[in-house]
Design a protein around this ligand. Structure first.
Ligand SMILES: Nc1ncnc2c1ncn2[C@@H]1O[C@H](COP(=O)(O)OP(=O)(O)OP(=O)(O)O)[C@@H](O)[C@H]1O
Ligand SMILES: [Mg+2]
Length: 255
């Protein structure tokens, strides 16, 4: 193993983020290893999306440090967009742009490429996420929920980022589509060597694709490790989350 900065894709130390009188993240620390798929769970409104948006520089922090790929992320400065791909929770595609144009959007914003090359890249990315070239000329309103997620993923991959941020990528999908999407993430992580930071409530995703799971409660990471370790956690919120009635039923069925 090399230096520490080689080992971690993301390092967060003592992060404090709030809005007005509300403190959302309260001295939170978290390391994401290079090449891993890290799942993040936490109560609704607990600050998962805020954490993700702060790491990518969209929300200012009050204190603490963040490093992405060994580079400090400034309090105000935007990080290099090429360092990550993002699939937002409200993963809206631009409704007035075609699938192809949506996938090309980050390319246009960040690079100067010929139309021909951009078309080639868009088709390659769509195929990478399991869509067909014929889908490229559709508009978002003409897509199914699963296809929409895949297009958003293709757009997130447009600039070949080493890190992928996914905010509830399988929410709203049926279990089969969600399973397919998870498998796709796993394949991309392996073939592209991606680091994936994934916010999810989906127990199946946590169990099948995540190398480690982190639990956010009271503004901090209160448990982190492989899923089987999280299931042993004594933390009250983590216990309630994984051993509450609803998840008990699910886990029973998953056996
Ligand atoms: N831009 C903002 N301005 C003010 N408050 C915000 C802003 N963004 C988030 N918040 C507040 O921060 C808290 C955490 O929100 P966040 O979206 O991170 O929750 P979450 O953990 O992602 O929840 P969910 O699982 O429902 O998506 C909430 O109380 C929310 O109202
Ligand atoms: Mg959220």
């Amino acid at each position: 193993m090399g230096e520490q900065q080689e080992e971690f894709a993301i390092r967060v130390r003592d992060l404090v983020v709030g809005f007005g009188r509300q403190t959302v993240l309260d001295h939170l620390s978290l390391d994401v290893r290079r090449g891993e798929i890290l799942g993040l769970v936490g109560a609704s409104g607990g600050g998962k999306s805020v954490l993700m948006r702060t790491i990518i520089g969209l929300i200012p922090r009050r204190s603490g440090t963040i490093e992405v790929m060994g580079q400090p992320i400034g309090g105000r400065t935007q990080g290099a967009a090429t360092a990550w791909g993002i699939l937002f929770q409200q993963g809206a595609l631009f409704s007035s742009l075609t699938v192809r144009q949506n996938v090309q959007f980050p390319l246009r914003e960040n690079l100067v490429l010929s139309q021909e090359l951009m078309d080639e890249i868009a088709i390659a990315k769509l195929e990478m996420v399991g869509l067909r070239a014929q889908d490229a000329d559709k508009y978002p309103a003409e897509l199914s929920g699963g296809m929409t997620k895949r297009v958003a993923l293709a757009r997130a991959l447009a600039l070949d980022p080493p890190i992928l941020f996914l905010d509830e990528p399988t929410s709203g999908l049926d279990p089969i589509a969600a399973g397919d999407f998870d498998a796709l993430i796993g394949t991309l992580q392996k073939t592209l060597g991606l680091t994936v930071f994934m916010v999810t409530h989906d127990l199946a995703s946590l169990t099948t694709v995540c190398d480690r799971v982190a639990a956010l409660a009271d503004g901090k990471i209160v448990a982190i490790g492989p899923m089987r370790e999280l299931l042993q956690s004594e933390h009250p919120w983590v216990r309630a989350y994984f051993h509450g009635k609803r998840s008990q039923m699910l886990q029973h069925e998953m056996r």
